[in-house]
Structure formats: structure tokens, C-alpha cells
Design a protein around this ligand. Structure first.
Ligand code: GSH
Length: 235
């Protein structure tokens, strides 16, 4: 059994989708990042970087104490390795390396850059910081071009098989308009995105805590926690 500490954001959705695709038994603990749950000392024992998601595996393969994992890339590799699904076996050197490349591309590129584009385009109002809006919108657009070229020649990011690399990228490609990107400009990304959207596992993953999603206006306290001094200075 897995306990999943999460909130319905792109990083949370990566793990919700993988757990649904694997059909794993899981218990969900909602960590409301709008009210500061990510700074709770108990949560920090699991996730010292005060970010969601994190998991606890209560039945690790070695039969020992529960295993705690934070950082989505590490969680995805952990779960895929355990299930022996969505990540090629280490003996398949080339296949595994390709999936890892695209997973790391998401972790170091698409995720952080799209996150910054969301921040400057919306969270901070955009027009106040045109340099940030332009820099991150252009960079995200460049990354969609990289993904489009890859998907022009491959069904999935990792090659011929659906993998954790696709599950890592899809939740970040979903809110593309918030990044200033129209997926219609990237036809291969659009084809891939639509194919994934139709998967029951993806749809089930997106259902998790879906009632907490939506366009609730952000309170001043939440804005401070996520974007102001509150994110850096805690009592
Ligand atoms: N590199 C981390 C990023 C996780 C992350 O940024 N999570 C966001 C939600 S998408 C979060 O917890 N934000 C809370 C905060 O900024 O205080 C991962 O991949 O797990």
C-alpha cells in the first residue's frame, strides 16, 4: 500500500496518473499548499524541500521499514521499478536511457520553465514583469518545439512504448495556455497529448482531489505563502 501526500497541481498529477496507471492501492493525504500544509513538521519529515508530492511505500520490495520518497522523478522511478512497468529494465540499456533522458528533460526543463511561465504570466500579474514573462514564455515555446520534433518521429517520448517520461510531461503540457502556448502550433505534441488524455489511467489520476482544483481567487495569505516572503521565512 502506498500513501500519497499530494495536491492537484501538475507535479501532484504526475504521481496520481502513475499510481492510477499501475492500479496501485493507495491512501491519499491532501497537503493543501494554499494554506501552508507543506510546512507542517510532520510533512517535512517526508519532504524536506516543503513541496508536494511525496509517498510512503508500506510494502517495500526488501521487506523492511516503509520507504519514504520525495521529488517526482525519484518517485516515478521508484514506483516503475517496483512494478516493472513503464520504465525499461536495466538490461535494456538503450531503452532505459532514453526514458531517463526524457524524464530528466521534464524535471530540469519543461517543469521548472513552465512553472516560471505560470508565475510571471499569472501569479504576478504579468504586465508588471515583462522581462520574466518574455523570458519564460519563449523558453517554454522552445521546449514545446523540442518535444514536437521528438514526437514527430516517435509515438511516445521514450520511443515506441508509453512510459513515465510521458506521464511526467503530460500534466505540464495540459495548462499550455497559461504558458502562452497553443498546442495547435505543435501538431505532434497535440496528437500525443490527445492520445494520452483518452487513457483511463490518465483520466482516473486527474480525478484525484479534483474538487480542490479550479479558479478560486487567491487570498493574500496564499499569495504570500507561495510567491511572497512567506515561502522563504517560516516561524
Ligand atoms: N522538483 C519537485 C517540485 C515539486 C513542486 O514544485 N511542487 C509544488 C506544487 S506543483 C509545491 O509543492 N509548491 C508548494 C510551494 O511552493 O510552497 C518535484 O518534482 O517533486
Amino acid at each position: 500500500m502506498i500513501t500519497q501526500y499530494t495536491w492537484p497541481t501538475p507535479n501532484g498529477h504526475k504521481i496520481s496518473i502513475l499510481i492510477a496507471e499501475l492500479g496501485l492501492e493507495n491512501r491519499v493525504v491532501a497537503v493543501d499548499i494554499n494554506t501552508g500544509d507543506q510546512f507542517d513538521p510532520d510533512f517535512l519529515k517526508l519532504s524536506p524541500n516543503n513541496r508536494i508530492p511525496a509517498i510512503v511505500d508500506h510494502d517495500p520490495a526488501d521487506g523492511g521499514d516503509p520507504v519514504m520518497v520525495f521529488e517526482t522523478g525519484a518517485i516515478m522511478i521508484y514506483l516503475a521499478e517496483k512494478a516493472e512497468k513503464f520504465l525499461p529494465d536495466p538490461k535494456d540499456t538503450r531503452g532505459r536511457t532514453t526514458v531517463m533522458e526524457w524524464l530528466m528533460w521534464q524535471m530540469g526543463g519543461l517543469g521548472p520553465m513552465a512553472g516560471q511561465a505560470h508565475h510571471f504570466r499569472q501569479a504576478m500579474g504579468g504586465e508588471d514583469v515583462p522581462y520574466g514573462v518574455e523570458r519564460y514564455s519563449k523558453e517554454v515555446r522552445r521546449l514545446y518545439g523540442v518535444m514536437d520534433r521528438r514526437l514527430a518521429e516517435n509515438t511516445w517520448l521514450g520511443g515506441g512504448d508509453y512510459s513515465i517520461a510521458d506521464m511526467a510531461c503530460w500534466p505540464w503540457a495540459r495548462p499550455s495556455r497559461r504558458q502562452g502556448v497553443d498546442k495547435a502550433d505543435f501538431p505532434h505534441v497535440k496528437r500525443w497529448f490527445d492520445e494520452m488524455s483518452a487513457r483511463p489511467g490518465v483520466q482516473a489520476g486527474m480525478e484525484l482531489l479534483a474538487e480542490q482544483r479550479g479558479s478560486k481567487s487567491m487570498s493574500d495569505e496564499t499569495r504570500d505563502l507561495l510567491f511572497g516572503e512567506g515561502q522563504f521565512e517560516r516561524d
